[in-house]
Design a protein around this ligand. Sequence first.
Ligand code: NAD
Length: 340
Amino acid sequence: MSKIRVGVNGYGTIGKRVASAVAAQDDMELVGVTKTRPTFEARAALAKGYDLYVPDDSVQAFKDAGVEIAGTLRDMYGKVDIVVDCTPGNVGEMYRDQYVEAGVKAIFQGGEDHGLTGISFNSTANYSESWGAQLSRVVSCNTTGLLRTLNPIDKRFKIENAFVTIVRRAADPGDSKNGPINGLEPSVKLPTHHGPDVQSIMPWLNINTMAVKASTTLMHLHTVVAQLAEETTTEEIVAILRDAPRVRLVRSKDGIKTTAQVMELARDLGRDRSDMYEIIVWEDGIKVVGNTLYFYQAVHQESDVIPENIDCIRSMCKMEQDASASVAKTDASLGISKTL
Ligand code: NAD
């Protein structure tokens, strides 16, 4: 089978990582990435060997800066089977019609609404729903995190209700504009949008979410309380989460007490950009009392959605029908393993 040709529109936090992950697949070819301005990131992309494509009105700025481009955005559409749109939230929707007119498939990110595509994606919860689709959307980092853990638990013990508080990172590490840099900011619009976003994939799940922005850039942290339809034990939940794809159990008593040590572990594992693609669950913080389950999980917002984007490409481009085979292939390429 010939390789699927992929373009990445928007080369920021998510786009850079999607580009590297596509380049690491043996069944995909990275045609190029787009930048709107000739910044250091554009030069770094060129240094990595990626072709740059730019919107029509950016061509002159790149010429003036002496940064070489391979063509315009529309030129890129002519060379790809699928675009992964990684532009900022609500910018992607402006491109939707362009992709459709150009006859290319497109994946959007969690900053866009479910209504833009009518299909949302998670690798293990609903891989087949994007099969052959022209448009799909990989849900946000927090939603991906909740689906990775709640879906396997719900499959085994139906979840009657889930209550989640999301302690959100204030900004990504490379972002010096957003805050707060001191203080905790509650989201006063309640319940937050995270619950409905989970329901775009698990519509039957009763889930209520609140969120607080905290002065950290490393990861989000979720506190989860779930009422299960039947009583179980802590050990059974640990076993389910140990087996769940892209979930990593860690233990406080091994020295991983905070998200700082989780990021240090990612560095020790030698991951690309020090990424932690898995959802981190503190094993010694899982507790079942009767039919009430409590646990904490951490989400590396910059990277957990990257493997899902790769699987979404395979589903939309009909490259691999079996979700678990795609997940295994993606995981092997990114160094995600249950044994490390
Ligand atoms: P970002 O701001 O880091 O990157 C966006 C990139 O798009 C930048 O390079 C910017 O220059 C470029 N861009 C801006 N306007 C453009 C345009 N009109 N055409 C082409 N490129 C344009 O944003 P991000 O954090 O990577 O977020 C991208 C998407 O991923 C959003 O939908 C976001 O909600 C979602 N997402 C972000 C995170 C996260 O924590 N950063 C996690 C999961 C999902």
